[in-house]
Write a protein of this length. Structure first.
Length: 467
C-alpha cells in the first residue's frame, strides 16, 4: 500500500492542520496546510503532463481501468480512513470506495464521437473534440472520494489533467486515494493538494486552470464562479438542494416508510439530494409522522467503525451547530419534535435523528438546506398547494413523488422545478445519466456522456470535397 505522501504534493512539513474524528471530537491526525503560492508549480507540472496524457487515448483507457483496479485493491485502507475522518458507517465507506472505482471504469470506456456535417456545401465539416488542459476540482466533506471521482474520472478520460482539493475536514482519504492512483497514472496527471483557505480561492482563480468544478454551498459556489471569471475558466457548480418529497393521497405508508426514511437520513442527512422536507395529505400526516418517528427512535446511532451503527455523527462542529440552531429555531416557533430534537450526550458530533411536525412553513428548517439528521413533515390540503410549496424555495436539485398510481405520480413529478425527479424512491442515480440542478442548485451538467463533454471543447475541421 502506498503511503499518503506518495504521488501528491506534500506541502511544507512544518505547516499542517488537525483532522478531527467526528465520532470523538478529537484530533487523530494532521494534513499538510499547503499555501496558495505552491499552486503555481503544481499547475505548471499539470500543464506539462497534459501534453503526453492527451496524446494517447488507448493508454488513457488502460490507465483508468488500472486505476479502478487499484482503488478496489485498496478498499480496506481507504474505507477505514474515510469513516475515521468523515464519520459514516464503515459499510457506507466501502460502498463509496466501490462507487469511486466504478466511476473510473465507466468513464474509461467513454469516448467523444467525431461527427460529420453535410449541409450541401462543397466541403466536409467534421466536429472533433479536444481536452481543455489542466482543470481543478474542489470537493466537499460528505462524499469526498465519490464526488472526487465524479469530477476527475470524466476529466481524465477526456484527456485533461487535474488538481484536486478536498475539504479540510476530510483530506486524508483523498490524499491516500491520490497515492493509490499515482501507482497507475503518469506523474502529475492527478495531483491532490490540501489546505485551508485561501487555497481553494487561489485554485479557482488560477490563470492556468481551464475548468473549475465545485460541489458545496451556494455562497461558496458564487465565490468560486466569481474567482474563475477572472481567467474566463469554465465552471461546473453543484450547489446542494432542499429536495421535497410529495406524498399523494393513495400512498401506502407502510410500504414506503423505510425508503422514505433512508432517503432523508442516509449519511446522517448529509446528502445534497436527500429528502429534506416531506409534504403529506392532511389526513395521512399523523400516520406518516409516526412511521418516520418510530424509525428515528430505533435506528442505531454511533461511531462509524462500530458494525452495529446505521447512522454516524454529523461531520464537523460547525455543521452540528447549524443543525442544532435550525432545530431550536423551529421548536421555538411552535414545531414539535416527534423524535429527537437535540444533541446526544457524550463525545463526538452526534445529533438525535429528528422528525419535526407542526413546523411553520416559513421556518428556516423548511426553506433552507439543513444538511443533517432533521426532517420536517408538513401537511397539505390540496395537491396544487403541495406542488407550490415544493417549488417555493431557491433550490432545484431533486424531488420525488410517492403514490400507488404511477401515471398520476409521474404527472405530478413533471410539475416539480428540479433537475431530477423520482417516483417512489429518491436520490438514486445511474452513472450513465446526467445530473444537474436548476435555480440556485447549480450550473452545468455532470454524469454520463454529458460529464465527459463538459470537459471537452469542439474543434471543427473543414476540407474540400474530393473532385
Amino acid at each position: 500500500m502506498p503511503t499518503p505522501e506518495a504521488g501528491i504534493v506534500s506541502g511544507r512539513k512544518a505547516v499542517r492542520f488537525p483532522v478531527v474524528d467526528p465520532a470523538t471530537g478529537e484530533t487523530f491526525d494532521e494534513a499538510p496546510d499547503q499555501q496558495p503560492g505552491e499552486l503555481d508549480d503544481v499547475v505548471a507540472r499539470a500543464r506539462r503532463a497534459w501534453h503526453g496524457w492527451r496524446a494517447d487515448p488507448v493508454a488513457r483507457t488502460a490507465a483508468l481501468r488500472g486505476a479502478a483496479d487499484a482503488v478496489e485493491a485498496a478498499d480496506d485502507d481507504l474505507a477505514r480512513l474515510l469513516t475515521r475522518e468523515q464519520g459514516k458507517p464503515l459499510a457506507e465507506s466501502y460502498a463509496e470506495v466501490a462507487r469511486t472505482a466504478a466511476r473510473l471504469r465507466h468513464f474509461a470506456d467513454l469516448a467523444p464521437r467525431t461527427r460529420r456535417i453535410d449541409d450541401g456545401r462543397p466541403v466536409h465539416s467534421e466536429i472533433r473534440w479536444r481536452p481543455l488542459g489542466p482543470v481543478a476540482a474542489i470537493v466537499p466533506w460528505n462524499f469526498p472520494l465519490q464526488l472526487a471521482a465524479a469530477k476527475f474520472a470524466p476529466a481524465l478520460a477526456a484527456g485533461n489533467t487535474m488538481v484536486l482539493k478536498p475539504s479540510p475536514f476530510t483530506p486524508l482519504a483523498t490524499r491516500l486515494l491520490g497515492s493509490v492512483l499515482a501507482t497507475v497514472l503518469p506523474e502529475d496527471v492527478l495531483t491532490v493538494v490540501t489546505g485551508r483557505e485561501p487555497l481553494g480561492a487561489r485554485l479557482a482563480s488560477h490563470p492556468g486552470i481551464q475548468h473549475v468544478t465545485f460541489t458545496g454551498s451556494v455562497p461558496t459556489g458564487r465565490a468560486v464562479a466569481a474567482a474563475a471569471a477572472g481567467s474566463l475558466a469554465r465552471v461546473t457548480l453543484e450547489l446542494g438542494g432542499n429536495d421535497a418529497a410529495v406524498l399523494l393521497d393513495d400512498v401506502d405508508v407502510d410500504r414506503i416508510a423505510d425508503r422514505l426514511f433512508w432517503a432523508a437520513f442516509r449519511n446522517c442527512g448529509q446528502v445534497c439530494m436527500a429528502v429534506k422536507r416531506v409534504y403529506v395529505p392532511a389526513r395521512l400526516h399523523a400516520e406518516v409522522v409516526e412511521a418516520l418517528a418510530q424509525r428515528a427512535k430505533t435506528v442505531a446511532v454511533g461511531p462509524g467503525l462500530d458494525p452495529e451503527t446505521r447512522l454516524g455523527p454529523v461531520n464537523n462542529a460547525q455543521q452540528l451547530a447549524r443543525v442544532e440552531q435550525l432545530t431550536e429555531r423551529a421548536l421555538a416557533d411552535g414545531a414539535r419534535a416527534a423524535s429527537g430534537g437535540h444533541r446526544l450526550d457524550g463525545p463526538g458530533y452526534f445529533f438525535a435523528p429528528t422528525i419535526l411536525t407542526d413546523v411553520p412553513p416559513d421556518s428556516p428548517v423548511v426553506t433552507e438546506e439543513q444538511f443533517g439528521p432533521v426532517l420536517p413533515v408538513l401537511p397539505y390540503r390540496s395537491l396544487d398547494e403541495a406542488v407550490d410549496a415544493a417549488n417555493g424555495t431557491g433550490f432545484g436539485l431533486g424531488g420525488s413523488v410517492w403514490g400507488t398510481d404511477l401515471d398520476r405520480a409521474e404527472a405530478v413529478a413533471d410539475r416539480l422545478e428540479c433537475g431530477t425527479a423520482w417516483i417512489n424512491h429518491h436520490a438514486e442515480l445511474s452513472l450513465a445519466q446526467p445530473f444537474a440542478g436548476v435555480k440556485d442548485s447549480g450550473v452545468g451538467v455532470a454524469g454520463g456522456p454529458w460529464g465527459l463533454y463538459g470537459n471537452l471543447r469542439p474543434f471543427v475541421v473543414h476540407r474540400p470535397r474530393e473532385a
